[in-house]
Design a binder for this molecule. Structure first.
Ligand code: SF4
Ligand code: SF4
Length: 136
């Protein structure tokens, strides 16, 4: 088991600063890997990252909701080319740096989405994606 980051991540980066084993990294390139990702082999499940996320994007892997109910107004972010994700998000991260995401959409109040497909990218980023070299 590990902790995972989901499509609710808007690259705030606050979780990175508190992780005692430095296993959270920003996805790059952003168009393909829009979230931050947790290296499942390094995460010690301390839970310190969860309360740091202003968007509540981090879950214990086996508690990742299959039916996440939106309050309304949350942005979700996906890789370029994902159908329906054509809204631009502009914000600021934990350190006051600008964040620009081009492939987002805004959830409606009461809308329900399955976040469990977001578990696997946390593994893939480090096994097959650029996350492997990011930790070298
Ligand atoms: S604090 Fe939340 S939004 Fe920010 S990088 Fe971490 S998971 Fe993503
Ligand atoms: S649960 Fe702890 S070790 Fe795992 S990513 Fe979060 S802060 Fe890091």
């Amino acid at each position: 088991m590990t902790h995972v980051i989901t499509r609710l991540c808007l690259r705030d980066s606050g979780c990175v600063d508190v992780c005692p084993v430095e296993c959270i990294v920003p996805g790059k390139p952003v168009d393909q890997w829009p979230w931050y990702y947790i290296d499942p082999d390094t995460c010690i499940d301390c839970g310190a990252c969860i309360p740091e996320c202003p968007f509540e994007a981090i879950f214990v892997e086996d508690e990742t909701p299959a039916e996440f109910t939106a309050q309304g107004g949350e942005y979700v972010s996906m890789p370029a080319g994902t159908p329906g994700f054509d809204t631009v998000y502009d914000g600021e991260n934990h350190h006051g740096d600008p964040v620009h995401l081009e492939h987002t959409r805004v959830l409606e109040a009461g809308e329900t989405i399955d976040l469990t497909p977001d578990i696997q990218p946390n593994y893939d980023y480090f096994e097959d994606g650029p996350g492997y070299s990011a930790l070298d």
